[in-house]
Design a protein around this ligand. Structure first.
Ligand code: C2E
Ligand code: MG
Ligand code: MG
Ligand code: MG
Length: 296
C-alpha cells in the first residue's frame, strides 16, 4: 500500500517500515556516533534573583542531529541511561560546563554553573573523583559549581547519596534538589540529605497567578508555594522556582520571598554565543580572561 507523503518524506517512510526496537537500536548507534562527532551541545538558561540580577546558568544538553534537527534531552537521555552511554556523556557535560564557566569568568562575576546529574553517574563510586577531576582540569573554583540531583536519583541509595553529597560539600561544591515536589518522598529526602538549594518544579508554577484573581485553585497553589519557600528557608536552603512564564507569577514569587527564578519569561535556554550576552559587566578591578572577547 502507499504511505501518505512517503515520496516527499524519507523519515516518515523509514519510520513506518522500522519496528520500535530497530528504531531504538538506530538511535543508539546514532547517539554513540553523536558524541564522537561533536553533535552534543550545551545550552544555557539564566537563573535570576528577584531583584533581576543574573546569579548563574543551568547547562542543558541538546543533540544537533544531522537529519532530525536539535533534539531535547527527553528524546535521548532515557536511551543513554539504558545503554549506560550516559556515563561518558555526563562526564563530558560536567567538563564542558565547567570549562565554559571558566571562560566566562564565573568566579570573578560571582556566578554559579548548575549541572544536571543522572542517577547512574551519581551512583558511581568514582563520582566525587570525577567532579574533582573536572574542577582540576578546567580550573573552576568549586564554589561556582552546583550539581542538580533529582529525588528518584537519591532515593535509590540514601546512604551513598549522603556520603557523596557530604564529600562534594567538603570540596566546596553546592548541591541542589531538582524538581522538588514531584516525587513520592520529597520530604523524607529533605530529612535525610543536606541540600544547599531547592528547585521547585514548574508543575507548581503553572497553577500560580494564572487563573482569575480569587480563583480558589490558584490561591491554594500560591499558599503551597509560600509554604515550600518557607520550608526551604527553615532548612537554610536557597530556593529557585522553575518555569516562570508570566509577569504575574514573578510578582507573586517576589511577595512570597522566593530567592531565585528561572523560566521563559526571563530567558529560554540559549546556545553559548547568545547566553553570554546576558553576562553582567565584570566588577571593578577584576580583569577578564585574555580570550574573553572572542566568540566562544
Ligand atoms: P530540569 O533540570 O528540570 O530542567 C528544566 C527544564 O525546563 C529544561 O528542559 C528547560 O528548558 C525547561 N524550562 C525552563 N524554563 C521553562 C519555562 O518557563 N516553561 C517550560 N515549559 N519549560 C521551561 P530541557 O532542556 O528539555 O531538559 C529537560 C530535563 O532533562 C531537565 O530537567 C533535566 O532533568 C534533563 N537534562 C537536561 N540536561 C541534562 C544533562 O546534561 N544531563 C542529565 N543527566 N540530564 C539533563
Ligand atoms: Mg535541572
Ligand atoms: Mg527541574
Ligand atoms: Mg524538570
Amino acid at each position: 500500500y502507499r504511505v501518505k507523503h512517503a515520496g516527499g518524506n524519507q523519515v516518515l517512510h523509514f519510520d513506518a517500515r522500522m519496528g520500535e526496537p530497530a528504531r531504538q537500536r538506530q538511535l543508539d548507534r546514532d547517539l554513540h556516533a553523536a558524541q564522537e562527532r561533536g553533535q552534543l551541545r550545551l545550552h544555557y538558561q539564566g537563573r535570576y534573583s528577584l531583584q533581576g540580577a543574573l546569579v548563574g546558568f543551568e547547562a542543558l544538553i541538546r543533540w544537533a542531529h544531522p537529519e532530525r534537527g536539535l533534539l531535547g534531552p527527553g528524546t535521548f537521555i532515557p536511551l543513554a541511561e539504558r545503554t549506560r552511554l550516559i556515563l561518558p556523556m555526563g562526564a563530558w557535560v560536567l567538563r564542558e560546563a565547567c570549562s565554559q564557566a571558566v571562560q566566562w569568568d564565573f568566579a570573578g562575576r560571582h556566578l554559579c554553573m548548575s549541572v544536571n546529574v543522572s542517577p547512574l553517574q551519581f551512583e558511581q563510586l568514582s563520582f566525587v573523583d570525577e567532579v574533582r577531576a573536572a574542577l582540576n582540569l578546567t580550573g573552576l573554583r568549586p564554589e561556582a559549581l552546583v550539581l542538580e540531583l533529582t529525588e528518584s536519583l537519591v532515593m535509590r541509595d540514601l546512604d551513598r547519596a549522603r556520603s557523596h553529597i557530604e564529600a562534594l560539600q567538603e570540596l566546596g561544591v553546592q548541591v541542589a534538589m531538582d524538581d522538588f515536589g514531584t516525587g513520592y518522598s520529597s520530604l523524607s529526602v529533605l530529612q535525610a540529605l543536606p541540600f544547599d538549594h531547592l528547585k521547585i518544579d514548574r508543575s507548581f508554577t503553572q497553577g500560580l497567578a494564572t487563573g482569575p484573581e480569587h480563583h480558589t485553585g490558584s490561591q491554594r497553589v500560591s499558599r503551597l508555594m509560600g509554604a515550600m519557600i518557607g520550608l526551604a528557608h527553615t532548612l537554610q536552603m536557597q530556593v529557585t522556582v522553575e518555569g516562570v512564564e508570566h509577569a504575574a507569577q514573578l510578582d507573586l514569587l517576589r511577595q512570597l520571598g522566593c530567592d531565585h527564578v528561572q523560566g521563559y519569561l526571563l530567558t529560554r535556554p540559549l546556545p553559548p554565543q547568545e547566553a553570554r550576552q546576558q553576562l553582567p559587566p565584570l566588577p571593578p578591578g577584576v580583569s577578564a580572561p585574555a580570550d574573553f572577547p572572542d566568540p566562544s
